[in-house]
Design a protein around this ligand. Structure first.
Ligand SMILES: Cc1cc2nc3c(=O)[nH]c(=O)nc-3n(C[C@H](O)[C@H](O)[C@H](O)COP(=O)(O)O)c2cc1C
Length: 647
């Protein structure tokens, strides 16, 4: 078979280690480890599935070398004790059985953690410099403690090798402990550990020297470095090129080039609007400074782009991070030229922002099996072919239909609009959110590939549905906006109608958006982009509290810089011809001028009557998505998928 992407699928080499291709899974914390830091079966199944999908090298997520003070996430893997070796050996073996190689990322959080995670211990740092994103003031490390920490990294590397792991990555990026030593923004020491590039590099160099001493020249060492911290006085590209050369001279085998520290979080973990491959230039610049291989990363979603990065000599390997969470078969599908079948990550950051950072296990909006590889190990073919009717073609209904059809059932899907997608077709409309259309396109393609009969532009009625004699009906009728009963409400537009362009608000005019949750804020962003003067009124203490925190950080910065007025703890009591009336945070009744008023105060399940009518007819019904409970894409997809597995 002719391989479409022959650069991507050429053999790679790190030191003496051969890799089957140039695709790397970069480290990504999952919270799948057991609470004591040991490897869990959930974690093994998750990584094994990615190995089976064809990736060349898996770099396992942050592994703590000094628990609990060095932990950055609640359920973090640990290698600070021999008791962990067995679990890592199982993981390595399982990944090797699928033909991939495996490294682990050795990590200490330093100041980028909180006492909630470190079991009450004050975080440590080369200097007691305050951390702005988590709002943490760390304690300065003593010379003895630093020397001890060097040994902890070395011992963890030795344990990794004992477990059969093929190499280690030192986490020198993203503002964690090693990066804290390296960065002039954080490291203010004037002793042998700070003051010049050479002295700031002493900590990582001592670790590298220690690992080489114990494990010899052939054990691969990868170094994750920041090509740009994206903060004032931090490491910039020029400094990073110097650092890269120093690391090469110290015997590092490969450089994994990343960017950003927590204080510049949206650069490190890009929300929706970042362009594909936007930071490949950093890897390219580092590659020019050294002779060892370099890994490029950051919103690389498309195999053609990945292949071109290798072909044009910009990097030696490409790391596909969230892309492999979203579709573990990304490499296999790219190899077989089935690009359109790749379920691409849409950069919603649910995996990290709403899940891992919130102390929960990783989940994915477009891939319901993440973390559930054990629960849904394969899709059993249905024993008995059934007729399944799905009502509603949003993410829940479409996923249920695809899954049921892939198991051999005959599936008919009703969708009242002329297009699949439901609310996906609205949520892709605010600025920067176009990537959501990738998922809609994938759903459309998959419905076709699985031969689901589509009845688009058709409202399902109990009569129409029962006439099909279904064995089971999946109701996925979505949600409808809540309209509060306040005087003057008829003057307000629904946010959905504004986003869809059904209600046009001319540029430059004054708009008040009632409701500062995700939908209200994104509608405000849309109006801001059109040039409107926007005020958001929210009852709660803050706005966008239901939003993924990295995207939220980014959006609030935009609102502040562009002068959006945000009135929190404010209750709207009436809408008058030229204004809205509120009771503000100080219990004062006041008026806010409002030429236009937009409503985004939440949604409620729709289609309950239809579900009830079908039940009354004796037809088995499963209700999923917003019709079951209003939630996010991740909830809709998981419950839709599960229904498809169960029918
Ligand atoms: C859920 C999640 C967890 C992450 N955890 C780590 C980590 O443990 N170590 C690390 O160096 N980078 C981590 N990252 C950053 C990724 O390695 C990668 O650099 C980033 O996701 C950008 O690449 P992508 O657009 O291909 O996802 C994490 C990213 C995500 C989404």
């Amino acid at each position: 078979m002719a391989v479409k992407y022959n650069h991507l699928f050429s053999e790679g080499k790190i030191g003496n280690l051969k890799l089957r291709n140039r695709i790397v899974m970069p480290p990504m914390g999952t919270n799948f480890a057991n609470a004591d830091g040991s490897v869990s079966q959930t974690l093994i199944d998750y990584y094994t599935e990615r190995a089976r999908g064809g990736v060349g090298l898996i770099i396992v997520e942050i592994v703590c070398v000094d628990s609990p003070v060095g932990k950055a996430i609640t359920n973090q893997l640990c290698l600070d004790d021999d008791k962990y070796i067995g679990g890592f050996a199982d993981l390595a073996e399982s990944v090797h059985l699928e033909g991939a190689k495996i490294f682990v990322q050795l990590h200490h959080a330093g100041r980028q953690t909180t006492p909630d995670i470190t079991e009450g211990i004050q975080p440590v740092c080369p200097s007691a410099t305050h951390e702005g994103f988590l709002n943490v003031t760390p304690r300065e490390l003593s010379n003895d403690e630093i020397e001890e920490l060097v040994q902890k990294f070395v011992k963890a590397a030795v344990r990794a090798k004992m477990a059969g792991i093929d190499g280690v990555e030192l986490h020198g990026a993203h503002g964690y402990l090693i990066g804290q030593f390296m960065s002039p923004h954080i490291n203010k020491r004037t002793d042998q550990w700070g003051g010049s590039t050479e002295r700031r590099m002493r900590f990582p160099l001592e670790i590298i020297r220690g690992i080489r001493e114990k494990l010899g020249p052939n054990f691969p060492i990868c170094f994750r470095l920041n090509a740009d911290d994206f903060v004032e006085d931090g490491i910039d590209l020029e400094e990073a090129k110097k650092i890269a050369k120093i690391l090469e001279d110290a015997g590092v085998d490969v450089l994994n080039v990343s960017v950003g520290i927590y204080e510049a979080m949206p650069k490190l973990l890009e929300p929706f609007h970042f362009e594909e491959g936007w930071r490949v230039y950093t890897a390219e610049a580092i590659k020019k400074a050294v002779n060892i291989p370099v890994i490029a990363v950051g919103v690389i979603r498309d195999p053609a782009l990945a292949d071109s990065i290798i072909a044009e000599g910009k990097a030696d390997f490409v790391a596909i991070g969230r892309g492999l969470i979203a579709d573990p078969e990304w490499p296999k599908k790219a190899y077989e030229g089935r690009d359109e079948e790749i379920r691409k990550c849409i950069s919603c950051n649910t995996c990290i922002g709403l899940k891992v950072f919130a102390g929960q296990r990783m989940r994915c909006s477009v891939n319901p099996r993440v973390g559930y590889e054990w629960k849904y190990p394969y899709l059993p073919c249905a024993c008995e072919k059934k007729k399944v009717v799905v009502i509603g073609g949003g993410p829940a209904g479409a996923y249920a239909a695809i899954t049921a059809a892939s198991r051999g059932h005959e599936v008919v899907l009703f969708e009242k609009e002329n297009k699949i997608g439901g609310q996906l077709n609205i949520s892709c409309l605010p600025p920067g959110k176009k990537k959501i259309t990738w998922f809609t396109e994938w759903l459309e393609g998959e419905l076709q590939r699985q031969k689901v009969t589509l009845r688009l532009g058709e409202c399902a009625t109990p009569e129409k549905v029962s006439a099909l004699k279904p064995d089971v009906v999946v109701v996925a009728t979505g949600a409808e906006p809540i309209v509060p009963n306040i005087p003057g409400i008829e003057r307000a537009y629904l946010s959905w109608d504004v986003l869809k362009g059904k209600k046009n608000i001319p540029s430059g005019e004054e708009v008040v958006v009632i409701g500062g949750g995700l939908v209200g804020c994104e509608t405000a962003h849309y109006l801001l982009d059109k040039g409107c003067k926007v005020t958001i009124v929210e009852m709660l203490d803050d706005i966008a509290l239901d939003m993924e925190p990295i995207g939220r950080f980014d959006l609030l910065n935009t609102f502040v810089s562009k002068g959006v007025k945000m009135l929190t703890k404010s209750l709207v009591t009436a809408i008058t011809p030229e204004a809205i009336q509120i009771v503000d945070a100080y219990k004062r009744v006041c008026e806010v001028p409002a030429k236009h008023v937009v409503l985004a105060v939440g949604q409620k399940p729709a289609g309950c009557d239809l579900a009830k009518a079908l039940c009354d007819m004796g037809i088995p019904v499963i209700t999923v998505g917003d019709a079951r409970a209003v939630g996010k894409i991740v909830d809709a997809v998981l419950f839709g998928f599960d229904a498809g597995v169960k029918v």
